[in-house]
Write a protein that binds this ligand. Structure first.
Ligand code: ADP
Length: 192
């Protein structure tokens, strides 16, 4: 079973993925975390990615997809994978679909966390006070990331709705309630 955590920056994808993976014993792949690891280790990819991330832009598809492929190869025998922060573009969604298809798998559930933009901005700026993330510090960078989300990522909702795997979750509720809604949505998927 493969799950995509979907939603704008600050929606709570990472928090919810963390709760879910502890329960399910799934592999967890967060492309943002992977990029930050590369930046910290100052790899070639990290240095390149930083130029995009610090501006609030997406890292180009080709680099992101290559990194994801390498990461997925580390988990050949898990019961499932939770993807966080991937896919973020149609090209990425199609690449993921093909990769999974080649191994006889598919995306079983997309969990789309919905939170109003004003709340997202304050959540991210608040996180920025302690996270040390350069892309969380400036309001203008945060606004740009949200704009990129609307432009490039949000259209994927329709893509996954058409494939009948989209589950919309109210991300404005407290962490525990969101988690329970997610478990309920996954139960419905398993029962289908
Ligand atoms: P957030 O969800 O708060 O934006 P992430 O940690 O998921 O945080 O991502 C941080 C940054 O890493 C993004 O703004 C983007 O620049 C880059 N990034 C992460 N995932 C992708 C992706 N799938 N495609 C392109 N860029 C990505």
């Amino acid at each position: 079973m493969h799950i995509v955590m979907f939603g704008p920056p600050g929606a709570g994808k990472g928090t919810q993925a963390g709760l879910l993976k502890d329960r399910l014993n799934f592999a967890y792949i967060a492309t943002g975390d992977l990029f930050r690891k590369h930046m910290k280790e100052q790899t070639e990819l990290g240095q390149l990615a930083r130029t995009y991330i610090d501006r609030g832009d997406l890292v180009p598809d080709e680099l992101t997809i290559e990194m994801l492929k390498n990461e997925m190869a580390k988990y050949p025998d898990v019961p499932g994978i939770i993807f966080d922060g991937f896919p973020r573009t149609t090209v990425q969604a199609e690449a993921l679909e093909k990769m999974l298809h080649d191994q006889g798998d598919k995306i079983d559930a997309v969990l789309a966390l919905e939170v109003p933009e004003d709340v997202l901005i304050s959540r991210i700026l608040n996180r920025g006070k302690t996270s040390g993330r350069s892309d969380d510090a400036e309001r203008s960078t945060v606004v740009k990331r949200l704009q990129k989300y609307r432009e490039l990522t949000e259209p994927l909702k329709d893509y996954y709705r058409r494939k009948n795997v989209l589950n919309v979750i109210n991300g404005l509720q407290d962490i525990e309630t969101v988690h329970n809604d997610i478990l309920q949505a996954l139960e419905n998927v398993v029962r289908q």
